[in-house]
Design a binder for this molecule. Structure first.
Ligand code: C2E
Ligand code: CA
Ligand code: CA
Length: 466
């Protein structure tokens, strides 16, 4: 093969000197390098770069009647396989599963390992073509089925699953990167929906992502700029009408508009990003300070009920933080009520068990929030030192018209008596509900009938005028 040719002139006579080099070796090396740059070493599939190139070509070459579906596949909880069984085992599983995926794809599909435990597949069809059109949902089902077949490896049987996100060309995106990004967004939604499922991209999702990013920014700034505010809602003794305590409910102030942002817009983001640790600490700090002021001014028995997210119990120093905040403010631990969710107890994780036991030993009270909405297994009530159940407001809201909810509330109250648990009814909005609760011997309640959650100063006025 000709690499180089030089013309050489000498005096009058013309001598042509041609230098010929065999570069087939070089070409092979170049090919090898190209292959490495575009393929994944472990599975031999295309890598992200190779996939992008290949898909781009397909999109450029396609006719106006062609359509494509891009599927992103992510294995569920794969990190724990690597953590528990090591990377070698993880690699073997990736290899097995990549073969299984290929077996379930049409011949002309493009497949890649994007990295880690993430794969991407491009399959072709025709817009509106019913006969030649692909059935994406059938393809997704097959992929999910092949991923969830058990894997026998080193004498172990493993059961995995995968979450899939789908986006369509040209409907959802006009470039490979956009297509990949949208399929990724859809895949995350599939994960949120409980994994082992698939989700098809829709533009509303994009809007949701933008909104989420906006609230994350508001939350970060609110934490930096001290714009976290705690509202209080009184907890009332239904028989004596006395205010016995308050639930602390967080809000943040939008740094740009000054508007109050409600927790439904940012708690899940705080949990996902880990900002809940910082936020939870601020809320605890503020509410312990505030309740101590109220105790000094009005009633030395007031307690404060603070919401804790599951994520906060994974933190190593939660107990130390709680202890130091209580000590700084001289608040007896019994005046702090920790509200947690049934899902935390169901996970039955030894760390949260230890933290809850320590908090309880310290003297704090533990309450299960939104009781009745989560799970029906009640065995955990024996395994954890719970003091209080807060009946979810959906039961109270319906108890006027719905006899089943009436009996459920009555049953919860009956059971609590046997287990010596106190009960707080949430969302008490009218006199009927209050009278019903009293007739069933529910002694504590909170809800709009008494007061909405209000800022601290308003709460002070509320108590003064009560
Ligand atoms: P939650 O703990 O169940 O709090 C009660 C929610 O019900 C509050 O909503 C409250 O405003 C509302 N509510 C109270 N009484 C009534 C009533 O009579 N009728 C109706 N319809 N609603 C009533 P909010 O303040 O928007 O809080 C929503 C959720 O955000 C809370 O539900 C809680 O899960 C979470 N949250 C609030 N503050 C914090 C916090 O500091 N940390 C954590 N981790 N979560 C928090
Ligand atoms: Ca609560
Ligand atoms: Ca609740």
């Amino acid at each position: 093969m000709l690499l180089d040719a030089k013309l050489h002139f000498e005096h009058d006579s013309q001598i042509v000197l041609a230098v010929m080099t065999d570069i087939s070796g070089l070409v092979a090396t170049q090919k090898e390098l190209d292959h490495q740059a575009t393929h994944d070493l472990l599975t031999g599939l295309l890598n992200r770069f190779g996939f992008q190139n290949r898909v781009e070509k397909r999109l450029v070459d396609c006719s106006s009647s062609d359509a494509y579906a891009l599927i992103v596949i992510d294995l569920d909880h794969f990190k724990s396989i690597n953590d528990i069984f090591g990377h070698q085992m993880g690699d073997s599983i990736i290899k097995i599963l990549s073969k299984r995926i290929i077996e379930n794809l049409p011949d002309d599909a493009v497949i890649a390992r994007l990295g880690g435990d993430e794969f991407a597949v491009l399959i072709k069809g025709q817009i509106g073509g019913s006969t030649q059109g692909f059935d994406v949902s059938c393809c997704c089902r097959r992929i999910r089925a092949c991923l969830s077949q058990s894997i026998l490896i080193e004498n172990r049987t493993m059961n995995l699953s995968g979450s899939l996100g789908v986006s369509y060309y040209p409907k959802d995106a006009s470039s490979v990167n956009e297509l990949l990004r949208n399929a990724d967004i859809a895949m995350y939604r599939a994960k949120q929906m409980g994994r082992g499922t698939e989700y098809v991209f829709e533009h509303a999702l994009q809007h949701e992502i933008t909104e989420k990013a906006r609230y994350e920014e508001i939350l970060r700034r609110a934490l930096e700029e001290d714009l976290v505010i705690v509202y209080y809602q009184p907890i009332i003794d239904l028989s004596s009408q006395a205010i016995v305590g308050a639930e602390a409910l967080v809000r943040i102030k939008d740094p740009d508009t000054g508007n109050i942002v409600f927790p439904d817009s940012f708690i899940s983001i705080a949990e996902e990003t880990g900002l809940i640790i910082q936020l939870g600490e601020k809320v605890l700090q503020q509410s312990v300070e505030d309740i101590q002021k109220l105790r000094r001014e009005f009633n030395n028995d007031f307690y404060v009920s603070v919401n804790f997210s599951n994520r906060q119990f994974q933190q190593d120093n939660l107990v130390t933080t709680v202890v130091s905040i209580l000590e700084e403010n001289n608040l007896p631990p019994a005046s702090l009520l920790v509200e947690l969710t049934e899902s935390l107890l169901i996970q039955n994780n030894s760390q949260s068990h230890d933290v809850l036991t320590s908090l309880h030993d310290l003297g704090c009270k533990l309450a299960i929030d939104d009781f009745g909405t989560g799970y029906s297994a009640l065995s955990y009530l024996n395994q954890f030192p719970i003091d209080i159940l807060k009946i979810d407001r959906s039961f109270i809201a319906n108890c006027e018209s719905n006899l089943t909810d009436q009996s459920l509330v009555a049953a919860i109250l009956n059971m609590s008596k046997g287990l010596e648990l106190k009960v707080v009814a949430e969302g008490v909005e009218n006199d009927f509900q209050k009278a019903f609760l009293l007739s069933k011997e529910c002694h504590l309640g909170q809800g709009y009938l008494f007061s909405r959650p209000v800022p601290f100063d308003d709460f002070v006025r509320y108590i003064k005028n009560y």
